[in-house]
Design a protein around this ligand. Structure first.
Ligand code: ZN
Length: 528
């Protein structure tokens, strides 16, 4: 058994993050992923608090988890009631799991001011609830809520709560920094005090309100905690919980604590992305270890370094956590970035030093005109292709015209005014010249329609390509009186996603450039 056991609460505490709402199906799939990652305990939810979590616990029984144990969450009985008649404890006993976690108060101030009961009654609530669940044959973990704040205000009471829970038969005492305001040294002191008090294993559950959740978790482990609670991507109430995507590699790669296997650790990036997809959140590219930028190099000096010695600007091999090294191309880049980037894109274009230098100068020129290739790798790849003397573009624009008209309709119509856009364009494909026209709900849409109309007769499979996202940015840093506009387009054929960029003082031209790049990129890909 591992020295440290991982307890994931993404499905309960993680779902408390503003904007997250997991469906039951999402929760089941995430549980499966967490099991594959090697998580020891998966907290599925609070069956006493909502019907969705009851449904989850019913359905999860059919899930074949190979490793993880499911845990249901709840709280102690209410003051002045009996555990036997407490609906919340009943729901826990009926959840169909073998392990439950119950939360109870360990801060004297919280007991008096929030629970509005006596310190003694709080102790009875904890003991009764644990006794009741133990009698049902369940393993009980006890979450000592506000433990660190309680320890600061009244250490003897906070420790007494732990003692009572331990004596009632709790299998783990989880020390919680519920408000997330504790400093690492305070964590160490309080965990050490708890460690002296009892032999029952200790857990750590911290929130990130002081940006210390990961540091505090590691401090607790060093002071003797053996169960680590957290969430994938650090999702959670307010500023979130301890981020397991950082805690796990820190434990394994920095502290040498083998909480999961090497093969499981290599799935970490994938799990992180999977959970952000399920949460309908864009993956945070700047997350340590698992973010797309975590091993990305932009400065020319850095890229020059990594081409000589791969580890020169990285703290671990990204493959260990399933991530990869990347270089971005920008005006900060050196020639090495360009060569590295071409290689990274799998382009064997025999870019010799001179060609790379020419390409770099072109990138710098285009960037001065508002293009940016950091996040538009498809447009960058086209630049490399176009730099080749034998490159044949799949199509070439000859000219286009866009008409935008605002019309007043007949008074009988509902909307008295409508705006109409129509695009006409001339494209050369091989030796043929094609003229098309199309209407759209806006000028860019009309251009898109007209271009597709022209190209579909030559490339029918282009119908698979869809525009996924369209972003416009006004570039204030540009010189002159007219403002420069940058358009970033994201496209997909259902399998791959790629981004292209266009820039101009004219928004329609900027859009056209990004749009044409998107289709050209895909057509070139089909040729290779
Ligand atoms: Zn919490």
């Amino acid at each position: 058994m591992s020295l440290v056991q991982l307890y994931d609460t993404t499905l309960r505490d993680g779902a408390q993050r503003e904007g997250i709402s997991f469906s039951v199906v999402d929760k089941l799939r995430i549980a499966q992923k967490l099991d594959e990652l090697g998580i020891h305990f998966i907290e599925g939810g609070w069956p006493g608090s909502n019907p969705k979590d009851v449904e989850f616990f019913n359905k999860v029984q059919s899930l074949a988890l190979s490793h993880a144990k499911l845990v249901a969450f709840g709280s102690t009985r209410y003051p002045k009631t009996r555990a036997e008649t407490d609906a919340n404890l009943q729901a826990l006993a009926d959840a169909g799991v073998k392990i439950v976690t119950i939360v109870g108060k360990s801060s004297n101030l919280q007991v008096i001011q929030v629970l509005e009961t006596t310190l003694e009654e709080n102790l009875s609530m904890i003991a009764d609830s644990i006794n009741y669940l133990k009698a049902k044959g369940l393993t009980v973990f006890f979450d000592a809520e506000h433990f660190f704040d309680g320890f600061k205000a009244n250490p003897s009471y906070a420790l007494r709560v732990l003692k009572v829970a331990a004596e009632a038969g709790a299998s783990c005492l989880v020390l919680c920094d519920t408000n997330g305001g504790t400093m690492p040294e305070e964590i160490t002191t309080a965990v050490e005090a708890a460690r002296k008090l009892t032999n029952v294993p200790l857990g750590i559950h911290v929130h990130n309100d002081s940006e210390l959740a990961v540091a505090n978790t590691l401090a607790a482990v060093k002071a003797g905690a053996t169960q680590v609670q957290g969430t994938i991507n650090g999702y959670g109430e307010r500023c979130g919980n301890a981020n397991l995507c950082s805690v796990i590699p820190d434990l394994k790669l920095k502290l040498g604590i083998d909480c999961i296997t090497d093969a499981q650790l290599a799935q970490l990036t994938e799990v992180s992305h999977y959970v952000s997809e399920a949460a309908n959140l864009v993956p945070d590219t700047f997350l340590p270890y698992v973010g797309a930028s975590a091993f990305t190099h932009k400065g020319g000096l850095h890229v020059s370094g990594i081409t000589k010695w791969v580890d020169s600007y990285q703290h671990i091999d990204p493959a260990k956590v399933g991530n990869r090294q990347r270089a971005v191309v920008s005006e900060l880049s050196g020639k090495k970035n360009i060569i590295y980037k071409a290689k990274e894109r799998g382009l064997d274009l025999s870019l010799r030093g001179k060609e790379a230098q020419k390409l770099l100068e072109q990138v710098k020129l285009l960037e001065s005109r508002g293009f940016q290739y950091d996040n538009a790798e498809a447009s960058f790849e086209l630049l490399i292709h176009r730099a080749q003397p034998d490159y044949q573009p799949p199509f070439e624009l000859v000219d286009f015209m866009v008409v935008i008209e605002k019309r007043r309709r007949l008074p009988t119509k509902k909307n008295l005014e409508e705006t109409l856009s129509e695009a006409m364009l001339k494209v050369r494909v091989g030796s043929e010249m094609v003229h098309t026209a199309a209407e759209g709900n806006g000028p860019v849409n009309a251009l898109d329609e007209a271009l597709r109309k022209a190209l579909l007769q030559f490339y029918p499979s282009l119908a698979e390509v869809k525009l996924v996202d369209y972003k416009v940015r006004i570039l204030e840093e540009s010189t002159g009186t007219e403002s420069q506009v940058r358009v970033l387009i994201e496209s997909s054929d259902g399998i791959e996603v790629w981004r292209t960029v266009g820039s101009s003082t004219n928004i329609i031209e900027a859009s056209w450039l990004a749009l044409a790049d998107s289709l050209e990129y895909w057509l070139v890909k089909q040729r290779l």
